[in-house]
Write a protein that binds this ligand. Structure first.
Ligand SMILES: [Zn+2]
Length: 462
């Protein structure tokens, strides 16, 4: 398979014509006229250990060629796997309210942690309470539910009520999808991230898989509305899309068919994907029902265009996605709407709950996760680094590193009580970008495996 097809398979399940090999996906065969309604069943997911998922993704990252990366993802079925042995650090706040942790947000559900990470957090907070009473720590991203690569702009959660989701959804370009247009005020909690309160946010939820016990893996992407699409912008878009899809270099363009329900019933649409492995530019072109050919490229032939980038270090992660929806309404012509994917951090690590982003200590607990060094309490933050290091040593959890920004490292060096002989210095590693939080990385400590959250708290509490 070529890169664009492999990427499609990794992102959104296999294209229509490969569904046939899987009996659980009863989609009509390509060879027959497609009269039967397309199936709403998302692909089945394989339960795996967090360790297996992490090792798989690390093996993918070793490949220095994009094509090979995707082949490895396919070979290990990584995008169709989910881990079953992580705990939810969000639960820690509920079960142990005396530990002054807070969550950065309740939206992203990136709080899947390995049991040993939870143990470390419990013990370290015990020390912080002693050494720095009154200070709280905010938990940022750990790992996403089900483990695996955290992609740009994508929030993953698992939905217990699959039936309700599927009833509300409709097959959008191959996958069951619920799309809603919400007033931006619905996101005022996330201010200043969603800071434009005048235009709606498009929330797209896609069921990308189903677990053995019937939960749906739902991926949420949020889009903000772009400016009005002028004639000029539209002709630029059509020009570059036309050029891309006429590219004759091997593997650059792939065509397949995708099942879609536009509200008026099931149709099968022609979908093209383009990828330039030199620049990382990716594009997708979907034609309107019944349209056989893309050229000459005209608005009335097109259902949707998507454009994005794929970084070498982040396979399957579409960066800066923009999409252009073409609504054809006969006499009035074609109306084009442009959407931008809302930013959500991508992580090359954070694969399975052995990596955690935790805030520093700040004055009056104000401004956690702010990159402003002036807000950081140097003495308190030093004690926090010490607490993390000591907790790991107490519990025999292999602590790989506490990654901090060089400016933070310099600030910690000015703390009087941070003497040279302190063992925490050996764990503090310079890592540009970690100015708003410390990135804690541990290695597995098997004696915590298989324990419940309550048992972990018991084992780790000071
Ligand atoms: Zn991190």
């Amino acid at each position: 398979m070529t890169y664009s097809l492999l990427l499609l398979a990794a992102l959104a399940g296999p294209p229509s014509d490969t569904h046939r090999s899987d009996p659980s996906l009863a989609l009509p065969s390509l060879a027959l006229p497609s009269l039967a309604p397309p199936s709403l069943a998302p692909p089945s997911l394989i339960p795996r250990s967090a360790q297996t998922v992490q090792a798989g993704w690390e093996w993918v990252k070793l490949a220095k060629d994009r094509q090979e990366q995707l082949e490895r993802i396919g070979e290990r079925k990584l995008t169709h796997s989910y881990c079953t042995d992580t705990l939810d650090a969000q639960e820690l706040l509920r079960v142990a309210p005396d530990l002054p942790y807070e969550l950065r947000d309740w939206v992203r559900s990136r709080h899947a942690a390995r049991p040993e990470m939870v143990a470390l957090m419990v013990r370290a907070m015990g020390y912080l309470k002693r050494w720095q009473p009154g200070s709280t720590i905010t938990i940022g991203d750990i790992a996403q539910r089900g483990c695996g690569q955290i992609r740009y702009g994508t929030i993953v959660h698992f939905d217990d009520d699959a039936e309700t989701f599927l009833r509300r959804s409709r097959l959008e370009f191959g996958l069951p999808t619920v799309t809603e247009l919400l007033d931006s005020w619905a996101f005022s909690d996330e201010f200043p991230r969603m800071d434009d309160l005048d235009t709606p946010i498009r929330v797209e939820q896609t069921a990308s898989g189903r677990t053995r016990d019937g939960q749906l893996r739902v991926e949420t992407r949020r889009f903000s509305l772009g400016a009005h699409v002028t004639e000029h912008r539209l002709s630029l878009l059509l020009d570059r899309t036309s050029k891309r899809f006429k590219d004759k270099s091997p593997g650059a363009v792939q065509w397949d068919l995708v099942d879609h329900d536009d509200g008026r019933g099931a149709v099968r649409l022609k979908r093209g994907t383009y990828f330039d492995s030199r620049t990382g530019v990716w594009a997708e072109l979907i034609l309107r029902p019944g349209v056989k050919g893309a050229f000459p490229m005209r608005p009335d032939r097109i259902a949707r265009i998507r454009e994005a980038y794929v970084d070498l270090g982040k396979p399957t992660s579409l960066k800066f996605e923009e999409r252009w929806d073409f609504d054809f309404d006969g006499e009035a012509g074609v109306h084009v709407t442009r959407w931008f994917l809302e930013y959500e951090a991508h992580h090359a690590s954070h694969l399975s709950g052995l990596d955690a982003d935790l805030s520093y200590v700040t004055f009056n607990n104000y401004g956690h996760f702010s990159p402003l060094l002036a807000l950081m309490d140097r003495v308190g933050s030093w004690r926090w680094m010490k607490a993390l290091e000591k907790a790991a040593r107490d519990l025999a959890i292999p602590l790989d590193a506490l990654f901090v920004d060089p400016t933070v490292l310099r600030a910690l060096k000015t703390v009087e009580e941070a003497r040279k002989a302190e063992p925490a210095w050996k764990k503090l590693k310079r890592s540009p970008g970690h100015d708003s939080h410390v990135h804690v990385r541990i290695r597995p400590a098997p004696r915590f495996h298989g324990k419940t959250l309550t048992e972990i708290i018991e084992m780790a509490r000071l």
